[in-house]
Design a protein around this ligand. Structure first.
Ligand code: ITT
Length: 189
């Protein structure tokens, strides 16, 4: 089955295609001629996931899904949340975001956090959403070089290493995105 995945993030594309397997052929934004950044103007992950998926549907008429993900840190009242990509700067500067997160948490005892992924699926113009969550804590320093974004700082519950110290398979088995995609598969089937 062919379906468009509305993302410009190559890491997400790799993770999602590994979970979906060969039954699904993921079509990229570039392949459907969308080269501009889709404006993420929503106030919530749900809104942004919906904006991205609908943008593609409205321009191409093709079935499509989009993922919006945020890291929600308890001691920071849920920040960076919907602003996770642009926490420290206007761009997707992972290193600067991680430095800012460590500095905001300096001296704070509560380091609990969660990753939340919302996926919007638009099929035949009808939309639905699924969600995946993983709880964990923010480490005191970065470890590991797998994954992307906040992975070097995020230790999922029940583990003693960060997502960036895991293989892609280990991360996918327990991650926010892995869980959301598992829900997506139930709907697609
Ligand atoms: P698209 O909108 O093109 O899909 P994006 O990178 O802008 O890509 P999001 O807005 O969903 O995606 O993600 C916000 C940020 O959250 C992202 O730039 C990363 O810094 C971080 N992030 C998302 N998923 C993550 C993951 O699995 N592990 C670590 N950090 C992640």
């Amino acid at each position: 089955m062919k379906i468009v995945f509305a993302t410009n993030n190559a890491h997400k594309l790799a993770e999602v295609s590994a979970v979906l397997g060969s039954e699904y052929e993921l079509v990229t934004l570039r392949e459907v001629g969308i080269t501009e950044d889709i404006p993420e103007t929503g106030a919530t992950l749900d809104e942004n996931a919906s904006i991205k998926a609908r943008y593609v549907w409205e321009r191409t008429g093709l079935d499509c899904f989009a993922d919006d993900t945020g890291l929600e840190v308890e001691a920071l009242n849920g920040a960076p949340g919907v602003r996770s990509a642009r926490y420290a700067t206007d761009g997707h500067d992972f290193a600067a975001n991680n430095r800012k997160l460590l500095s905001e948490l300096e001296g704070k005892e509560n380091r609990r956090a969660r990753f939340r992924t919302v996926i919007s699926l638009v099929r035949g113009g009808e939309e639905c959403q699924v969600e995946g969550v993983v709880n964990g804590t923010i480490a005191h320093e970065e470890s590991g070089c797998e994954g992307f974004g906040y992975d070097p700082l995020f230790i999922p519950e029940g583990s003693d290493c960060t997502f960036a110290e895991m293989t892609a398979e280990q991360k996918n088995a327990i991650s926010h995105r892995g869980r959301a995609v598992a829900e997506l598969v139930k709907i697609l089937k």
